[in-house]
Design a protein around this ligand. Structure first.
Ligand SMILES: [Zn+2]
Length: 326
């Protein structure tokens, strides 16, 4: 385990070095009194799941841990490395496991009951689909979080009470994050039922910094695009450029006209059809994607599922929830 930690520090140093070479600003390394996660490499040696699947033995610790949720592991999977994580609410074990790719794809195919879809990202409705469906959610910071923040500010830094409040605050934060992630999971799982997804490669970061900062943050929509990028290794996801005109074009006849931000409906001056502004945009995104797929020169993006390597899986797992140690 120590070896794993050392390797991780080496890896981090190496990526810092690369970031520096690229010209990014790189700070100094600072001392950390504790680490929040321990890599458990080599299943069967550093950690082992009991036969009845409710306990885990970790090397160096005599007592077996009772672990909830181990039943979620698929029966026929190959268990690889794990990660023991300390979160404000307790200890968690992340387990990477491998399934035969054919079976994963078969399962995805089975769930693909719907056709292609275009997605428009927005502020009021986070996702508008070309089918006309609108998906919106909003998970603001809780009152409790705000109260704890005020409380913490009054405490003497470093005191016992300070740490106690800080821990409560971190726990509350984790709770809000979990809620946001839960919605993301549900949205992604729904989107998986489409056989092709087209989405605008929007700069969420730009929104973040601008007018809509808090609102965007409170929905975790940024996570959705990141998740879709990973999903692209399994089902076709086409990212449409940011500068492609999608809101100002009629999705029925292709007529282009000026559209003000306040107009919620797109009223075509040529063919006379009325359509919800966001649905129109989503339909156009899908159209652009389909046009690009039909043109092999322009379709630089992978159309088919591509190869999913264990490394990609591992990265996906890593990004999914482990706290960053950088
Ligand atoms: Zn029209």
């Amino acid at each position: 385990m120590r070896q794993g930690i050392v390797e991780r520090i080496k890896r981090n140093l190496y990526s810092l070095k690369r970031a520096k070479e690229k010209g990014n600003k790189v700070g100094k390394l600072s001392f950390k009194s504790e680490i929040r996660s321990i890599p458990l490499k080599q299943y069967g040696i550093t950690y082992k799941i009991s036969g009845d699947r409710n306990r885990v033995k970790i090397q160096g610790i005599k007592k077996k841990f009772r672990v909830l949720g181990l039943h979620q592991l698929p029966k026929e999977c190959e268990i690889a490395n794990g990660l023991l994580v300390k979160k404000p609410s307790g200890y968690y074990l992340y387990i990477t496991c491998y399934l035969p790719k054919e079976e994963v794809l078969k399962e995805i195919k089975r769930k693909q009951t719907k056709q292609i879809v275009g997605i428009d990202l927005g502020i009021k409705h986070q996702l508008t689909l070309s089918t006309g469906e609108k998906i919106s959610w909003y998970i603001p910071e809780t009152e409790r979080l705000k109260r704890l923040q005020r409380e913490l500010a009054r405490k003497v830094k470093g005191s016992r009470n300070y740490h106690r409040t800080k821990h409560k605050l971190q726990k509350e934060w984790e709770y809000i994050q979990n809620k946001r992630r839960d919605i993301q999971n549900k949205v992604i799982s729904y989107l998986k039922s489409f056989s092709l997804i087209a989405i605008q490669d929007d700069s969420i970061k730009g929104w973040h910094e601008g007018l809509f900062g808090k609102q965007v943050q409170n929905t975790g929509i940024g996570g959705i695009t990141a998740r879709l990028k990973r999903l692209a290794t399994l089902i076709p996801v086409v990212f449409v450029g940011r500068y492609e005109p999608t809101t100002q074009v009629c999705s029925f006849c292709g007529h282009r006209q000026e559209v003000r931000l306040s107009e919620r409906m797109f009223k075509c001056q040529k063919c006379g059809r009325d359509i919800d502004r966001d649905v129109n945009s989503a339909r156009n995104i899908l159209k652009v994607a389909m046009k690009r797929l039909a043109d092999p020169v322009k379709s630089a993006l992978p159309v088919d599922c591509g190869e999913v390597t264990p490394v990609e899986w591992a990265v996906a797992h890593d990004e999914a929830g482990s706290p960053s140690l950088k």
